[in-house]
Write a protein that binds this ligand. Structure first.
Ligand code: ASP
Length: 365
């Protein structure tokens, strides 16, 4: 099943001189300013933005901001910022599920096509907007990646507030995970307790609730009407991970990649598999060789499966992996596509026709 989409009314206006919104990008060098860009407000048509299924609000905001003249990198970071601040999304930012110690550790990366600059942070704690911190790395330093305590201190130096990111809902989910680890440890399962915190009896049937265990992330890519491409990916990563574990999201070329001559790509799902196949870089390269966005995603999923066959524990049978990965691709001309290992996944897209969810293609039935 192919889901390639070419943006309506998309006009290539990259040769049109204009000021654009690069002035807002403090750290972007004069090299980018030397390249004339169309001023989005003066150009007909609309920006296009693609995101994971949890990013409907993000693509809507990104396209609004870019069509109002913002650089795409600012549009995508502001768009994902809405989801980072949403306590109900337990895969990203505030409210994200914590690591095995109960601490929320976040990863994020950003890439700006016109300058080919990238910024990223990993294992950052107590900062709600890691994508905006990654953008500061991109804008204000000669580095690409800052991790852990250094990333936190860098964010604080730039005025990001210190915040507790563990919500009550995420704390209770983490506690249930601890209680369910083993019947032989000192953390009693609800059905091993004689009484619960309300003092009411807990029977043998207990009050077991499912333990939310997730991969989950938001990726967002966008292109403006002059063909400037940017993207970012931000996540709380694998739930209950080993402290210090870094997924694919902050790794340039794995969880996200941009080549301004071709387009952007991003990934959600099992990060280890995406890192080991350089997922987003491979998608952009495949589009550069002429594959459609959807076919590029499907090709990279195939290579992830073939690499995973070398580790039998990752496979549910001889052909199908025991995990999901969802890939997203946006071409410079506004064509877009997304594919998952298995059916049922959706992705978000916004363009001149508004914001909507569409079905991802899938590698397996
Ligand atoms: N890819 C992310 C990670 O491995 C999580 C996810 O997207 O589900 O950290």
């Amino acid at each position: 099943m192919s889901h390639d989409h070419t943006r309506r009314q998309f006009l290539k206006t990259s040769s049109v001189a204009g000021v654009g919104a690069l002035g807002a990008l403090g750290g972007v060098t004069s090299a980018s300013r030397a390249q004339p860009r169309a001023k989005a407000l003066d150009a007909p048509g609309s920006a296009v933005s693609i995101s994971s299924g949890n990013g409907l609000v993000a693509v809507r905001r990104a396209v609004e901001r870019i069509n109002a003249g913002a650089d795409p990198v600012l549009g995508v970071v502001e768009g994902v910022g809405i989801v980072e601040a949403d306590p109900n999304d337990m895969t990203v930012g505030y409210g994200g599920l914590p690591n095995e110690r109960g601490v929320v550790q976040l990863d994020a990366s950003v890439m700006h096509g016109p300058t080919h600059k990238a910024g990223s942070v990993a294992c950052i704690e107590n900062i709600m907007h890691p994508a905006a911190v990654a953008l500061k790395v991109l804008q204000t330093t000669d580095h690409v990646m800052i991790v852990g305590r250094g990333a936190y201190e860098f964010a604080r130096a730039h005025g990001f507030p210190h915040e507790e990111l563990l919500t009550e809902r995420a704390r209770k989910a983490w506690l249930r995970w601890k209680q369910n680890q083993s019947e032989r440890d000192d953390w009693l399962d609800p059905d091993q307790m004689d009484w619960n915190q309300d003092g009411t009896e807990v029977g043998a049937a207990g009050e077991q609730q499912p333990v939310p265990f997730t991969y989950g992330t938001i990726h967002c890519g966008a292109v403006d009407t002059s063909g400037s491409v940017s993207a970012c990916t931000t996540t709380s990563g694998l739930s209950y991970k080993i402290p210090g574990r870094v997924g694919d999201s902050p790794i340039i070329g794995a969880g996200m990649y941009v080549d301004n001559d071709i387009g952007s790509a991003g990934a959600t799902g099992r990060g280890e598999a995406v890192i080991q196949s350089c997922g987003s870089f491979a998608i952009v390269q495949a589009m550069g060789l002429g594959l459609s966005p959807t076919d590029a995603c499907l090709r990279v999923l195939k290579s992830i499966v073939s690499n995973s066959k070398r580790q039998k524990r990752l496979m549910q049978d001889a052909e199908r992996p025991g995990f999901n990965v969802i890939l997203y691709a946006l071409r410079k001309d506004g064509a877009y596509g997304s594919a998952a290992m298995f059916p049922g996944a959706r992705f978000a897209v916004a363009d001149g026709s508004g914001a909507r969810l569409e079905d991802c293609a899938s590698l397996f039935d």
